[in-house]
Design a protein around this ligand. Sequence first.
Ligand code: RB5
Length: 140
Amino acid sequence: MKIAIASDHGGFHLKQAILNFLEEKEYLYQDFGCYSTDSVDFPEYARLVSKEVVQNQSLGILCCGTGIGMSIAANKVHGVRASVVSDPFSAIMTRKHNNSNIICLGERTLGKDLALLLLDLWLSTEFEGGRHQKRLEKIE
Ligand code: RB5
């Protein structure tokens, strides 16, 4: 499974740090941009990653200034469960209970080390299924 990743200009530096992390941990990924700090519109990048995640039933990472704009845009795509995460408990629970398939991280709200810790927790936690599955079906 390839992890789909993108950022806007506000999340560009965090995305670069995450790419290094993914390389070190030997995750497969596809980088959908952006490729510099030139100003871009985050919904375009959220859409690219969201489409990829839904089509391939994979996971995605979106970075912007706060993670919020990316999550709002990503959740417009049917089948996406995107979560802005800023604490370790939420990083775990949004996988265990919500089976989130996209994590949204804010470069301007999180330090790099915290962002990478949250991502590591999120990637290594499995969905519990069971009673949570029917709730996800109700969202659909
Ligand atoms: C860009 O300045 C900023 O608005 C964007 O990165 C993001 O934080 C939006 O939610």
